[in-house]
Each structure stands twice: as C-alpha cells, then as structure tokens.
Design a protein around this ligand. Structure first.
Ligand code: CA
Length: 229
C-alpha cells in the first residue's frame, strides 16, 4: 500500500517543520505549504488523504481554503484538521460548520496531532465500507438505528428521540468534534422536533443514561462535543 499523503498548510515555519517531521516519522508522506493559495493548489493537484490547515494564513485564510475544499466535488470528502490559536474559538465553530473534521488549538502536542490524524484516516477508510451504519457497538453498549434502541449489556435504556439522535450523531462520528449548532441541525434534519434547543441539557441526560459510558462524550469548551469510540 502506498504511503498516505498529508498536506500541511501552516505559515509558521517552526510549527510546520515539527508537524511534517512527526508525520514522516510515523510513515506518512507529508508536504508543507506556507500560504493558503499554495496549499489549495497542491490539494487540488495531489488529492492528499488528509489536510492539516492553519486558520491564520497570509492571503487566502484557512477558513476559505476549507470552504474551497468542501465546494469542490472531487475534494469535498477529504478529511481536514484545522489548527488555531486559542483566541479564535469562534473561528473553530465556523470551521467545523464549514466541514472541518477536527481541530487543535495551539500550542498543541505533535503526538496528539498524529493520533488525531491516524484516527481520522481510520474513520475515513471505514466510512466507505460502513456507510449505512445500522448498529454501533462499543463494548457492552449497543446502538440500533432501525429500532431506535440503546442497550447496555443486553438491557434496553429508554431514550427520547432527541437523545437518541444526539447519541447517534456523536457515536457514528467517533473522534469528530461537532459544534452545538451542528448537532442541533442534524437532529432536526432527521425530522425530530426539538422542544428545548439547549443541546447541553440533552447531552446531560444522555450522559446520565449512559452510566459508565458517559465519559465517552467529551465536552469541547466553547465549541461542542466529541465522542471517543
Ligand atoms: Ca498562522
């Protein structure tokens, strides 16, 4: 199998070099670019397996690059991880809304970034095979889509429609950061009428029902939630 190719768009040379170094050490082929337009041209030409994208870039910024990727039919399902400075929290929310799959806040650990890359690539590979996911199993926890049922060690747990859809959206996207708005719109897209639009309230109930599995739903401060599969 050929090496997977990762494009890193980051104008800060130190960060770019350390990210490239760590990716290559893990066996990935990695190419670095310092501007959004150079990065985007390379992405269009080379169709990498994953893109790591800084938000604050000279010229074409990271959000615009992400948007261009999602608008291009040939690129739109390409996994994107965005990098941002801490004060850009609202940009993270916008980035996730534009289809970024995950994000990391600077300063970040390269080891963690590589772990996110690996998990995102694994998820993308599985997504093709398992597109119509009818059952999600995590150890003792079973989520059955057609029956709208959650059970733990064979015992069914009552979930409301909203709670079920929320859990399903999170659990079917393991490792992916989802903003509150994304969660709400996905639940409503499935035809569920959400009376209380405060996602946090629903998540609290879901966690309570999940017992030992509650910790799988991680809170991402100022952004939303992520499910660790
Ligand atoms: Ca930057």
């Amino acid at each position: 199998m050929p090496n997977q190719l990762i494009v890193v768009v980051e104008d800060e040379e130190d960060i770019r070099e350390i990210v490239l170094y760590n990716l290559r050490r893990e066996g990935y082929e990695a190419l670095g670019f310092e501007s959004g337009s150079e990065g985007l041209s390379a992405i269009k030409a080379k169709h990498p397996d994953l893109v790591i994208l800084d938000l604050m870039l000279p010229g074409l910024d990271g959000l615009s690059v992400c948007q261009q990727i999602r608008l291009d039919p040939a690129l739109k399902s390409m996994p994107v991880i965005i990098l941002s400075a801490k004060e850009e929290e609202s940009d993270i929310v916008i980035g996730l809304g534009m289809g970024a799959d995950d994000y990391m806040t600077k300063p970040f650990s390269s080891r963690e970034l590589v772990a996110r890359v690996r998990s995102l690539l694994r998820r993308t590979e599985n997504a093709g095979v398992n597109h119509d996911q009818q059952k999600i199993t995590i150890d003792d926890l079973l989520i059955e889509v057609d029956r709208h049922q959650v059970s733990m060690a064979g015992v069914a747990i009552p979930f409301t429609a909203t709670e079920f859809k929320l859990l399903y959206q999170l659990a079917s996207n393991p490792g992916k950061a989802l903003s509150r708005d994304q969660l709400l719109s996905r639940v409503m897209r499935d035809g569920v009428i959400v009376v209380d639009r405060n996602i946090d309230v629903h998540i609290r109930r879901v966690r309570k029902k999940l017992g030992d599995y509650a910790e799988r739903i991680q809170t991402i401060r100022g952004v939303g939630y992520r499910f660790m599969g």
